[in-house]
Design a protein around this ligand. Structure first.
Ligand code: F6R
Ligand code: MG
Ligand code: MG
Length: 366
């Protein structure tokens, strides 16, 4: 059976700053999707990571299907009303356009979706990150899909030995999608060359070269490119099919133990380590650290099992301690050097304005 898995997420307001949505807000979104999605969806799962609410759906309508996107847009609009009534901070923050026009892409919410012939046993992972941007997945995806040091399956599993095709997007290009297709392993150095620049080049999707099946789908939107100004970090979602001809679940999760420094955290303007957290986790230290959650599912005819919380396992406690230490260490240097993002990526305009006024006070010594 051909099934589509779609996840659409948005920040539509949270309690106590940019940290976590309210129970009533979540319930509003969930019951809207449940009631209005009866005919449209096979199944759905509503969750939050930091201040973002994600609507995960299974259905048979293919990717980019208008009614599915509209369902989520309307659910977020409905939620925004509740967020306003409750006085939540940043109510409707990610809904950047006034009216829905066919597809939520380019309207604020982040989208990741793929369609495939469901395997008899179909495991997949749903990742959601907050206080960071889609480049945060570049390293884990590189390691999981091209590096035999991380993924022994690339050597051991015949179904993976032909490698994977990467579609990488230049997210700075705003007039349409500028993409490149590269094949691992031949194009390894080219893939690495692009993926090191996480603010510009982002993995959009990954495909098996043995079967042609899609393995991964990542949301690639950059909010400041849509709004022309800072309206929050992009807080990306990602779907990854695992096992058999794809990397094993453990091969996908392993790179997250690094807790790599990513762009984001306070005011979207810092470099801070990415912490793997349990499902339904909020945000705390320095509006961060940037977090990523992962729900594992199996499904049959599009019907989902319950979500398994992959980062709840005791193994990740040590990782979280390491990431906390990395975060505290980095914060000791405040605004200095690598702690803050380069000028082009600063998400607030204050520094630009200060530099402009200082510029007039500079003098050339004669
Ligand atoms: C980062 C984020 C927060 C805010 C910060 C200031 O993505 O959401 O760090 O940038 O709390 O928020 P405002 O400008 O809304 O007071
Ligand atoms: Mg927010
Ligand atoms: Mg967020």
């Amino acid at each position: 059976m051909k099934v589509t898995v779609s996840v659409i997420k948005a920040d539509i307001g949270s309690i106590g700053g940019h940290i976590q949505p309210s129970r009533q807000l979540l319930d509003t979104v969930a019951s809207y999707v449940h009631d209005q999605g009866q005919k449209l969806l096979i199944d759905s799962y509503i969750s939050y990571t930091g201040d973002d609410i994600a609507i995960l759906m299974t259905h048979t309508h293919g990717t980019g299907f208008e009614a599915i996107h509209k369902l989520c847009w309307d659910a977020f609009m409905k939620g925004t009303q509740v967020a306003r009534q409750q006085g939540l901070y940043g109510a409707g923050q990610d809904l950047l356009k006034d009216a829905f026009s066919g597809n939520v892409r380019g309207m604020g919410p982040a989208v990741a979706e793929f369609e495939f012939d469901e395997r008899p046993d179909e495991p997949f992972l749903f990742f959601a990150a907050d206080k960071t941007d889609p480049g945060c997945y570049n390293l884990p995806l590189y390691m999981a899909f091209v590096d035999p040091m991380n993924t022994p399956g690339l050597m051991l599993s015949p179904g993976m030995s032909n490698g994977f095709r990467f579609i990488i997007m230049d997210v700075n290009h705003t007039e349409g999608d500028r993409i490149i297709e590269l094949n691992a392993p031949e194009d390894l150095y080219a893939i690495a060359t692009l993926l090191r620049d996480t603010e510009r080049y982002v993995v959009e999707s990954i495909w098996s070269r043995s079967t042609g099946d899609q393995a991964a789908a990542v949301s690639t939107s950059r909010l400041h490119n849509i709004a022309g100004k800072y309206t929050g970090k992009d807080d990306p979602v990602m779907l990854v099919r695992v096992q058999k001809n794809f990397p094993a679940t453990g091969e996908l999760l392993a790179p997250f133990a690094i807790g790599p420094y990513v762009a984001g955290c306070m005011r979207g303007s810092h470099q801070m380590p990415l912490m793997p957290v349990t499902l339904q986790s909020g945000i705390s230290y320095f509006d961060g650290p940037p977090v990523v959650s992962c729900a594992a599912f199996s499904m049959h005819n599009g019907k989902l099992t319950e979500a398994v919380d992959t980062f709840a396992h005791p193994f990740w406690d040590t990782v979280r301690v390491n990431v906390s230490n990395k975060a505290i260490d980095m914060r000791r240097q405040g605004f200095f050097g690598a702690a803050m993002l380069p000028m082009s990526e600063l998400e607030y305009t204050g520094i630009m304005e200060k530099l402009k006024s200082l510029d007039e006070r500079f003098q050339i010594r004669t």
